[in-house]
Design a protein around this ligand. Structure first.
Ligand SMILES: *[C@@H]1O[C@H](CO)[C@@H](O)[C@H](O)[C@H]1NC(C)=O
Ligand SMILES: *[C@@H]1O[C@H](CO)[C@@H](O)[C@H](O)[C@H]1NC(C)=O
Ligand SMILES: *[C@@H]1O[C@H](CO)[C@@H](O)[C@H](O)[C@H]1NC(C)=O
Ligand SMILES: *[C@@H]1O[C@H](CO)[C@@H](O)[C@H](O)[C@H]1NC(C)=O
Ligand SMILES: *[C@@H]1O[C@H](CO)[C@@H](O)[C@H](O)[C@H]1NC(C)=O
Length: 479
């Protein structure tokens, strides 16, 4: 979620991924921090399980495609708390008001994330100044504090006197947020988490890399000051982050140009390009569950997934069988195309009695165009504030090899260790654009009769489903 957009709150329930910030010495290679993204649903980490036996019952399914969390510790001695990882905003704040949530499931989840008690910390300092972030749904008012913030229980890796907010009042916000956007001298006057990692020399550049991991995977990685060469195939393609003056909302965000979106099939060696998708400016937002695209384009894409008009909640109900289609939705950038398997673009919900309902991971939005988790899971993304660039490659998981990113790092000749999952010789969606071809409708990929998916799905109540749908959209906040 972004200083304009965020995923919803209650959306996090029942369907969550945890980025545990376990950083121990063996994960520390050179000057970068490695954070395994653990989907601690079946096997919670001991620290996580202890205060939250109830959480295990809250997280009812393996689905982890809604939101991603980091476990940080606050104060001395360290008090752990999970916070939402968000490239769409830039401030860190904790302690949402769990009693101000609309349903009990949300409240239990919220309580299980941990709380920071400033009085119980010997290093805490209240700065007195307060701030309110206003969201499209909900809001948070917090008072700035400074305290030691750890990325593990190890004092070696803690940030001293880091400024963050401690909420005094929140509405519809079930977790604190770790904003990973631009900080000091761009969006804030004080050094943020990312700034301070670099300032104190924990990382040598203001760079972090994210592999959210596929829907069915157990973990992904977040790395500060480095990249994981075991999480992508091919070369990293460098794309400039648009300066605020050239971005749609004139704000410093991870805005990049997207040349086109298409759909292709390796099996039939065929590709099409969506006419409405040419030359879009998008930003990358791990805090948004959904990918938001202009409505006309969203409808065209939905039609190819067997959907039509959005429902009352703005969601496209699609044919579950499309999750088995051997096709990809292709996002073409200058020099690279990220192919998102249809299965990753479809969200499946159990609606009881063994029935499954499927939704497209894309929503229509004419105001903001962003690539959220539904797209980013298929990409390996290096967010590089030092060079004002995004370095992008196709996500593939073939192990782990941490590489430090220094000031003179050569991104161009850095190759991922993984072999491509898909043959690369299929038609490029961009070629149709370059040559000025009109998109071909090609083979029919309409809905099939058997709409039963064999994929795993969450087993949530219909009420829970409604909440998720209502809130899984990005929210807008002004400040
Ligand atoms: C979670 O995933 C595991 C392995 O894929 C599976 O055995 C288990 O039944 C799943 N649990 C739920 C609640 O979906
Ligand atoms: C916070 O810590 C103080 C000092 O240890 C303690 O007296 C107080 O009860 C704690 N508050 C809560 C809500 O746990
Ligand atoms: C937060 O949102 C609630 C509900 O919309 C509203 O009543 C309240 O005034 C808001 N608080 C602030 C500080 O904006
Ligand atoms: C973290 O550190 C605190 C204080 O040093 C200690 O009491 C606690 O057991 C540690 N937790 C873990 C999981 O190591
Ligand atoms: C793409 O959009 C940008 C900004 O809206 C514009 O400056 C540029 O000329 C466009 N490029 C093409 C090929 O249409």
């Amino acid at each position: 979620m972004w200083p304009t957009m965020r995923t919803s709150t209650a959306a996090l329930f029942g369907l969550l991924a945890i980025v545990t910030a376990h950083v121990d010495n063996k994960n520390r290679q050179g000057r970068q921090l490695v954070f395994p993204i653990v989907r601690s649903i079946e096997q919670p980490t001991p620290e996580y399980a202890r205060p939250s036996r109830r959480l295990e019952s809250v997280i009812v399914a393996n689905r982890s495609d809604i939101a991603y969390y980091a476990r940080l510790t606050f104060g001395t001695p360290p008090q752990p708390q999970f916070v939402l990882l968000d490239t769409g905003s830039y401030e860190l704040w904790v302690n949402p008001d769990c009693t101000a949530l609309n349903n009990e499931l949300d409240a239990r989840f919220c309580q299980a994330l941990g709380r920071y008690n400033a009085s119980a910390s010997s290093t805490s300092l209240s700065l007195g100044e307060s701030k309110t972030l206003q969201y499209g749904i909900g809001n948070a008012t917090f008072v700035y504090h400074k305290d030691t913030v750890g990325v593990s229980n190890s004092t070696e890796l803690s940030l001293n006197n880091l400024q963050f907010g401690v909420a005094t009042e929140t509405e519809d916000a079930p977790s604190g947020i770790l904003g990973l956007g631009y900080g000091k001298e761009v969006a804030t006057k004080y050094p943020t988490f990312i700034d301070q990692l670099a300032e104190q020399g924990t990382t040598s550049t203001k760079v972090f890399s994210i592999a959210l991991g596929g829907k069915e995977e157990e973990e992904g990685t977040l790395m500060f000051g480095g990249l994981d060469a075991g999480k992508f195939s091919g070369n990293l393609q460098t794309l400039p982050i648009l300066p605020p003056s050239q971005s749609p909302d004139q704000r410093p965000r991870y805005w990049i140009n997207l040349k086109a979106i298409g759909s292709s099939s390796e099996a039939s060696n065929e590709a099409k390009t969506y006419e409405e998708s040419r030359n879009l400016t998008v930003f990358l937002d791990t805090g948004s569950t959904m990918t938001l695209l202009p409505m006309a384009l969203a409808k065209r894409i939905a039609a190819d997934f067997g959907g039509s008009e959005p429902d009352d909640n703005g969601q496209f109900v699609v044919d579950c069988a499309m999750a088995q289609a051997e096709r990809t939705l292709d996002f073409a950038f200058d020099g690279t195309t990220i192919r998102v398997p249809y299965s990753e673009m479809i969200r499946e919900f159990g609606i009881g009695m063994g029935s499954v309902k499927c939704y497209l991971g894309v929503r229509g939005s004419d105001d903001f165009v962003l690539l959220g988790g539904s797209m980013l899971r298929s990409a390996y993304v290096v967010f590089d504030q030092t060079n004002n660039a995004i370095h992008l490659a196709q996500y593939v998981n073939c192990g782990s090899r941490a590489v430090e990113i220094t000031a003179d790092f050569d991104f161009k000749s850095t190759r991922g260790d993984c072999s491509p999952l898909l043959a690369t010789d299929r038609p490029e969606v961009t070629s149709a654009i370059v040559s000025g071809n009109t998109p071909t409708s090609s083979t029919a990929i309409g809905p099939s009769e058997s709409a039963v998916s064999s994929g795993s799905h969450s087993d949530i109540t219909f009420q829970g489903l409604w909440r998720i749908i209502a809130l899984a959209c990005a929210m807008i906040f002004l400040h």
